[in-house]
Structures are given as structure tokens and as C-alpha cells.
Design a protein around this ligand. Structure first.
Ligand code: ZN
Length: 451
């Protein structure tokens, strides 16, 4: 299917990229990696450019023209490699073991980029003429630090562009080897509640007279959510977009069981009312709130009878379309004030990632489904929304793109962890899928041209 030559070339590309420690958190290796990505795109026939970002540059490749514009989004930066002693092979050396490739970035996101590029080469060998659609390949160097320059960059570089589809940086292969197409991502808002009630920690005997900051934080936190996970902030659910009939139909038949998640994670305590019939709906369509951590007072060994002076609770919210993180911050402040917690300070750590969701009925999703099923030999799963998040909204808001994720991240890929890996067989299938998908796009552009 994919020739030995193409596979070897893809392996060499990945080896080159993995060898560059392009760690955006440390601002390391970014210019060098951007140049390598640029060279790879230029060799594959793209008009290329490198554009500065706040930390690392963007690489842009452009090719073709026609009635539709497709964008591919990837990133070349990676997470730091530590703890390095837990790696079984050097993190910045592509190593093969048991049918897998290991190395920092092989999955997130260099392998995704390379498999698509290899597919592109296969496609161009079959169809070397003018490309009848416009393809923009954007490779970010700051994704792992939250893409701080992305929004501005899209605004300036692609001001008048309308993009039909943004092929998102990754997609998933589930534990049964079934490819998953992601049509959306939740938004995130991360805050901290802080409370201070005294200049310094006091003797706990004074608890007879004075209030306790940790108790106040516990009460404020408890006021935000009930045992079923329902968020009690007034107005919180007002903007929530209801699933379409098609989306509801999809989630009525989950591709995996609640039992299987419980087994895989060891998580045991379900929210009140949560069960086999509701969990997949919640993962796709329900916002949620998690208490991430609590700090303050004495938490060391043994007892210390102290009345703490201050404390803090970190909380995140996963949001769904069309909840706006900034607006939710305002609702949260109102809620605290209304419930007598005016003394609790609300610190916003992140309110920049908005939720997005494309139609599961989009033609690109249908084409991708057929292509994935043909090359993976298993039914594809169309998932209306990932329960996780990504900085996808600028593509939707500024370019009008539908965000669709398909790719080769498997369940044991160890993203951001030691021994990050991809499965060779899936990598090869993804090359073939990419080639077929480019062919479908070509055909689509040509049919759209003829009235
Ligand atoms: Zn990542």
C-alpha cells in the first residue's frame, strides 16, 4: 500500500525531527526545528515561510488554489522530557521496540505531522499536476505552552481567508484499534479561590472567635456544584448549545462502556445519577467542574493545632459550546458575592480556550470516515466532542473553519510522559489514510468546480 521507499523517508523525517529537542517551555531548539519543518514542506512542493511568534516561530506551507481551502494544523514543539531516568531509550533518539517507535514528540505532534506529509508525497506522486484546492499547512511552535501567539498570527497572516476545514493536529485510535474522528473540543477556564482572614497563623483556640479561611473556601467550593456534578452558578447553563438529533443519536450508542473506563482508570466513585446511559453524553456535551487542589494550613505529619491565616483552592471548568470562558468568570464572581463570599478573591489563571464543535454531518467527516475504515479495516468512531480541550476557537472564529481531528494517538502513547510512542502499523495506515484523504479533497474540489 505505502511503498518501502515512502516509509523509509517518513522514518528519516521523524528521526530528524525527534533529534531536535524543541521544548517550548524552555524556549529551546525552536528555530532549528522550524527550519527543518520548513525544509521538509519546501521539498514536498509547498511555498514556505517562517514567521515569528512570542516564543517560537510558525512555519507556513501553501500549495494550490481552487474552490475550497483546507488547513492542516500541527505543532513541532514538545513537552520537556523529564523525568529522564524513566525513559527506556534516549528521549531525543527515535528508537524502535516491539513494533513501536519511541521518542519525545513521536506522537505529540511530530509523528502526526510526518505521517500526513508522507501521505502528501504519496498523493503527489499519483497526482503531480496543479492542485485544484488551496492547502495551507500551519505548524505551531508554541502549542505546548498554550499557543500564545496563534490568535494574533491568524488575524494578521490570514486576515481575509475563509477555511472550510482545519484538520486538527491529532486524532485518536482507541484501544480496540478503531480510528476516532473528533468533531469538537471543550473549552477551559482555570481559576483559584483565595481567602485570607488574619495577618498570620493563629493558635486554634481562637477558632472560638474567628472564622477559618479553609472552612470558608470549602463552603464557597461546595456552593458551586451539587453531588450530581450539576454546576450551581446562576446562568452557567444558559448558553449551552443543545446537541442536534444526529449528535444525540451518536452518543446514544457509546463506542465503549463506562465499565471499561472504570477498569482502565481505577476510578470508582461516580457522580450521583451517572451510569451507562448517561456517561458518554456527559463526556461529549456536559460542562464540568473539577477541584484541582487545596492548599493552606498545616498538612504535615501528626497534629498541629493551628488556625490558618490563608488558603487557596484551584478549580477548573471544562466548557461546551457556546459558553464563553470570560463570561463565566463574571458569573462565578456574581455567584460568590450573592452567596456571601465577597471576601474570597477570584484569581483567573486561564480563560482563553473556548469550546468548539463542528457538525458530525460535515462532508469532510464523511470522507474521513470512509478513508479511515478502508485503511484501518475497522469501523470508525465519530465523536461529537472530545472531553478534552485545545486552542481551536481562533480557527473557527477567524477563519470560519470546521475543526476535525483524525490521527494516530493511541491509548498507550504516553503523551507528555516518559516513553512516548506510536505504533508502526498505525503510522503506516495513517500515511495511507492521508494520501487517500488528499485524493478525496482533490476530487471534491474538482466536482465543486463543475456546476
Ligand atoms: Zn501536547
Amino acid at each position: 500500500m505505502v511503498s518501502k521507499e515512502h516509509l523509509l523517508q517518513a522514518q528519516e523525517d521523524l528521526r530528524r525531527l525527534v533529534a531536535i529537542p524543541s521544548v517550548s517551555a524552555r524556549g529551546e531548539g525552536l528555530a532549528e526545528c522550524a527550519e527543518t519543518v520548513r525544509d521538509l514542506l519546501a521539498d514536498a512542493g509547498f511555498q514556505t515561510g517562517i514567521h515569528p511568534g512570542k516564543v517560537g516561530p510558525f512555519v507556513v506551507g501553501e500549495c494550490g488554489s481552487g474552490p475550497i481551502t483546507i488547513m492542516i494544523y500541527n505543532h513541532y514543539d514538545v513537552q520537556p522530557e523529564d523525568p529522564v531516568d524513566l525513559w527506556h531509550s534516549p528521549p531525543y533518539k527515535l528508537s524502535e521496540r516491539d513494533g513501536r517507535w519511541f521518542g519525545r514528540g513521536v506522537a505529540d505532534d511530530k509523528g502526526e505531522f510526518v505521517s500526513r506529509l508522507a501521505g502528501w508525497r504519496v498523493f503527489r506522486e499519483r497526482f503531480p499536476g496543479p492542485l485544484p484546492f488551496r492547502l495551507i499547512w500551519l505548524v505551531d511552535g508554541e502549542e505546548e505552552i498554550g499557543s500564545p501567539s496563534l490568535e494574533d498570527f491568524l488575524k494578521t497572516r490570514f486576515k481575509d481567508e475563509t477555511v472550510e476545514v482545519c484538520w486538527w493536529e491529532y486524532g485518536e485510535i482507541d484501544s480496540n484499534g478503531r480510528p476516532v474522528i473528533l468533531c469538537g473540543f471543550k473549552g477551559v477556564m482555570a481559576v483559584e479561590l483565595r481567602c485570607r482572614t488574619a495577618k498570620a497563623d493563629l493558635h486554634s483556640s481562637l477558632g472560638a472567635v474567628f472564622d477559618n479561611p479553609l472552612w470558608r473556601l470549602a463552603a464557597a467550593t461546595a456552593s458551586l456544584r451539587d453531588a450530581s456534578g450539576r454546576i450551581a452558578v446562576e446562568g452557567f447553563y444558559d448558553p449551552v448549545r443543545q446537541p442536534t438529533d444526529q449528535e444525540s443519536g451518536i452518543v446514544a450508542d457509546p463506542p465503549f462502556s463506562l465499565e471499561s473506563i472504570m477498569q482502565a482508570t481505577g476510578a470508582q466513585r461516580l457522580l450521583d445519577g451517572m451510569g451507562e446511559s448517561s456517561f458518554y453524553h456527559a463526556m461529549n456535551f456536559e460542562p464540568c467542574m473539577s477541584v484541582n487542589g487545596v492548599s493552606g494550613g498545616y498538612a504535615g505529619e501528626g497534629a498541629k493545632t493551628v488556625l490558618p491565616a490563608e488558603g487557596a483552592v484551584k478549580i477548573d471548568f471544562r466548557l461546551v459550546p457556546d459558553q464563553e470562558p470570560q463570561a463565566i468568570v463574571g458569573l462565578l464572581r456574581d455567584h460568590l458575592d450573592r452567596h456571601g463570599f465577597q471576601d474570597i478573591e477570584l484569581v483567573v489563571h486561564d480563560a482563553n480556550v473556548k469550546p468548539v464543535r463542528a457538525s458530525a454531518d460535515h462532508w469532510f467527516v464523511r470522507e474521513a470516515t470512509e478513508v479511515l475504515e478502508a485503511h484501518f479495516g475497522k469501523p470508525a468512531i465519530v465523536q461529537p466532542s472530545s472531553p478534552a480541550s485545545g486552542t481551536a476557537h481562533p480557527f473557527v472564529e477567524q477563519l470560519g473553519a470546521a475543526i476535525v481531528g483524525l490521527g494516530l494517538t493511541h491509548h498507550g502513547a504516553m503523551l507528555h510522559s516518559p516513553n512516548e510512542n506510536i505504533i508502526l502499523e498505525q503510522f503506516e495506515a495513517m500515511i495511507a489514510c492521508s494520501a487517500s484523504l488528499f485524493e478525496r479533497l482533490r476530487k471534491k474540489a474538482e466536482t465543486d468546480l463543475t456546476p
